[in-house]
Design a protein around this ligand. Sequence first.
Ligand code: BG6
Length: 282
Amino acid sequence: MFLNGRGDLPMLEITTPWSSAEIYLHGAQVTHFKKNGEPPLLFLSQCSRFAAGQPIRGGIPIIFPWFGKPTDKPNQHGFARIQDWDLRELAVTPDGSVSVRLQMAECADSSEYPSCAVDYLVTVSATLTVELVVLNKSAREFVFENCLHTYFTVGDIGAVSITGLKGVDYLDQTKAFARQIESNDAIRIASEVDRAYLGTPRTVEIQDASLRRTIRIEKQGSASTVVWNPWIAKSKAMPDFGDDEYQQMVCVETGNVDSDRLTLKPGAVSRLNMKLASAPLP
Ligand code: BG6
């Protein structure tokens, strides 16, 4: 069932009548999804590390239980993406879709985090659906952030427009987290972009005129959308990312960050669901 993936890390390879996908136990990371007859939907860096304790650069890193690098945290974007998860279930439905359930090692109760159970459901068909499920197993409130940090493949970043965020407030990390309002119908990227759009449950679309493809990102249980492209200087500064790869990717991330962070009561469950669909541009 498992193959030796890159860095000898265990990887699941999934094929359905419509598509193929790859999932690493490391970070429960979906690193590949491709619909038959289309280019890959997810971007994976040629320079990614595939090693214990290191995040994989591409696909869908799971960001949990914090986003970014708060001063009191040891690393950026939480610990879920650098842990090895367990495969708990794998099922093929009569129509040929494949569903997988992975589970993170249980967080023991600590002064920082209450005990919780974290599951990740991946369904591969003509679309890719993922769901991060967090159960607060403790007797106190659990406050956390989450994000499905999705890297999309694009033909040419200059030919990309992102719609669905007009009128939404965002924090601009390239301007010391200044709060702005998105005024554009379509976001175009021509420099470093690092924005957390807040309070938005809306579907977002990426139009890629170069690959002649529309990507549709539907979400449930998510109030934030992060848009990120490192552009030239930051690409060069990242050891696990190619200098020119910013031209072939954009991250549109689905989650709950900053003021959209979640508070789970004892025994409560949160579900962060994202469905990715693609189609040729008309
Ligand atoms: C984005 C952040 O979500 O992730 C960026 O908004 C960050 O600020 C990027 O640079 C990549 O983070 P990392 O830890 O995977 O290099």
